[in-house]
Every structure is written in structure tokens, then in C-alpha cells.
Design a binder for this molecule. Structure first.
Ligand SMILES: [Zn+2]
Length: 349
């Protein structure tokens, strides 16, 4: 059921944008351009968080909508004499998926593409073949024949990198990188764009460095006072072969996932109850995040100066933190509906 017009082009732009933790500049530019176009004032703080304010009526409730603009990635740590690059991992990437991945590196002369290489299977000893190759044994091949050539291409130690993935849509499904959390980023922009008639104050926080420990949100949470905080996220779906039903955590196409608790926070029970009541009253499909894993920026608002009632609303996505995730457009639509109805409801209170 398509009820809203989802801006697939904006989702594509956000998904393909380069933004490993600490290097979110490109994503920040896209978001601030959208905010400027909408005439919404914003500031950028010392760690690169964007704080946008859509203030309708000071007497009405204020809601923080948070999404992180960073993604998992890599840092180049060494260039050897034959032009191969060694790297460290930024955030939680499963090293089993690394060999043969396409990589994009931001060098000092622009973007350079490479591939994560490993010893060919023919050349592996039997005991090596049965084990995961640790990432420290892998390397990035950018086609340089020497260290001098790599430096000439603009690659230096400390250069950030991430997966090089084109976004595609197939029917109601979208495939791309960094859905965690460019889908949340998209949700906030779309809500700011369409929330005109709701008399509620929205603080949109586009946070940095979430993937390395909720660091951007930690900086803003102490400064912002609000009645509610919602972290808008993408969370792991494991509705795939081999996973028992009770371990799927979330499923594609069954609606936005509400977090009751994860490793970083216990959501405000009254807020969770309210979201569920609103979903039921408006026939909006929803699910609970079924596993008490991970942690989101919601924890920072919950446990900062004001103890703001908070929870997380997530778009389920398969294979997050890899080069390619899969999500369902209907979950994005239903998340937008749920948040819109929630804002409507609390603005009346
Ligand atoms: Zn996330």
C-alpha cells in the first residue's frame, strides 16, 4: 500500500554519499542543502552534528528526532613499497565479508577506487582455507605499482574509506550501502518537509560518529531539552534462511520496529505504549525489535542532563554494516506515518 510519495532519489543520494565516522562532510553537505532549501535554520557544532530547529509554537511540546549521518568504514594505515594499502576498520564490520569488496577511498586529490584483496584460494594452505582471514592479513589494491605511485594518486596514511556501492531499487525493495543510518537521515528530512501543519517543535539532530560509540549524540544531548526523543534508525533484520523465527529480531515489510530495550537503554515504557496505541488506532503495521542487541543515540538523550523519554524507531534492513543492505519501501512509509500521527497526537495533549 503506497500512501506517501517517497523520494527515492534523495535516499539514493544519501546512501551513495561518502561518510565513515569522523568523515561525514559529504553527507553533511547534502543534509544542510536540503535544510536550506526548506528554509529551516540549523547550526553545526564542534563534532559536526547538525542541529536543525523547526519551532512552531513555544508553548507546544518539543520532540528531538535523531539520526546518525556516519557509516562504518576504513582508515588507511600503511602503504607498502608495492603500492598495497593496509587498513583499520571503523565501526562494526564483520571481517568475513571483506575479501573482494569494492572500496572507495577519499584521497587528497579526490576519490580513488580499490578492491580488498587476499591470497588466491589456489595458494592457500588447507588450514588457512578453513579459517576467516583476519582483516590485518587483507589489503586494498588500488592498481598502484609502488608506494610512490599510490602517493602520486593522492592516497596517504589516514585516508578514510568505505564500501563503493551503487544504490538500486527492485520493486518495493531497495538495495544499497549505509542504510544504517541514511534511512533515518531521510526520515527526518521528509518529516521536516511535511510537518507544516502540526503545531509541534521539532529539533532534528543529524549526529556524527554513532558507529564508534554514540559520540556525536553524547555532545548534543546535554544541550537539548525536549519532551520526547526518537532515534530514527535502521536495524538488523534476520528474516532469512537458517534463522529460527524467534531470532529474526525484525522482518522486512512488517512495519517500523520499536525498541523496548537494547544494550544501551531501556526505552521509556509510556512512550513505547503511546506509539503502539497510535499504530493500532491508525492501522499502521509495526513490530518490536526482538533482540536486546545494539545501542542507539536514544540512550544519550535518555541518560543526559534531562533524562528525556526516548526510544528508537527503526527501518529493518538485511545485511547492515556490509557493502549492501536490503530494505522495504513500505517500512519507510509506515515509519513516516507512525511518526506523523505521534506528533499530531502529542501536539494536541
Ligand atoms: Zn545505526
Amino acid at each position: 500500500m503506497i500512501l506517501l510519495s517517497i523520494d527515492i532519489n534523495l535516499i539514493k543520494t544519501l546512501s551513495e554519499a561518502f561518510g565513515p565516522s569522523g568523515f561525514e562532510d559529504d553527507v553533511r553537505r547534502i543534509v544542510t542543502e536540503e535544510l536550506s532549501r526548506m528554509g529551516i535554520p540549523y547550526e553545526v557544532d564542534g563534532v559536526g552534528n547538525i542541529i536543525a530547529r523547526k519551532i512552531e509554537d513555544e508553548d507546544k511540546p518539543t520532540i528531538i528526532l535523531d539520526a546518525h549521518i556516519d557509516e562504518v568504514g576504513f582508515l588507511i594505515t600503511h602503504i607498502d613499497k608495492n603500492g598495497f594499502l593496509r587498513f583499520e576498520i571503523i565501526g562494526g564490520i564483520d571481517e568475513r565479508i571483506l575479501p573482494s569488496q569494492r572500496i572507495i577511498i577519499r584521497g587528497n586529490k579526490g576519490f580513488i577506487r580499490g578492491i580488498i584483496g587476499a591470497k588466491a584460494p589456489h595458494l592457500l594452505r588447507r588450514e588457512e582455507r578453513e579459517k576467516t582471514i583476519p582483516y590485518r592479513s587483507l589489503f586494498i589494491d588500488i592498481g598502484a605499482a609502488s608506494q610512490e605511485e599510490a602517493l602520486e594518486m593522492g592516497i596517504e596514511e589516514g585516508a578514510p574509506a568505505t564500501f563503493d556501492t551503487k544504490f538500486t531499487r527492485q520493486g518495493n525493495r531497495i538495495l544499497g550501502k549505509a542504510f544504517d543510518d541514511r534511512l533515518g537521515t531521510y526520515l527526518i528530512i521528509e518529516i521536516l518537509r511535511t510537518a507544516d501543519k502540526v503545531p509541534i517543535n521539532i529539533i532534528g539532530v543529524f549526529s556524527t560518529q554513532e558507529e564508534v560509540g554514540l559520540r556525536g549524540a553524547k555532545v548534543v544531548a546535554y544541550k537539548l531539552k525536549a519532551d520526547y526523543a526518537l532515534a530514527l534508525e535502521s536495524t538488523a533484520a534476520a528474516d532469512t534462511p537458517g534463522t529460527p523465527e524467534h531470532e529474526t529480531s525484525t522482518c522486512l515489510g512488517k512495519g517500523p520496529a520499536i525498541t523496548i530495550a537494547d544494550r544501551a537503554t531501556i526505552s521509556s515504557p509510556s512512550l513505547v505504549r503511546k506509539l503502539v496505541e497510535i499504530a493500532k488506532a491508525n492501522n499502521i503495521p509495526y513490530q518490536f525489535k526482538g533482540r536486546m542487541v545494539g545501542g542507539t543515540d536514544a540512550a544519550m538523550y535518555r541518560y543526559s542532563a534531562w533524562g528525556i523519554p526516548s526510544t528508537t524507531i527503526s527501518i529493518p534492513a538485511r545485511y547492515i554494516h556490509s557493502s549492501l543492505a536490503v530494505a522495504d519501501i513500505s517500512d519507510i512509509e509506515n515509519a513516516l506515518r507512525l511518526i506523523a500521527k505521534f506528533m499530531e497526537s502529542v501536539s494536541r495533549a
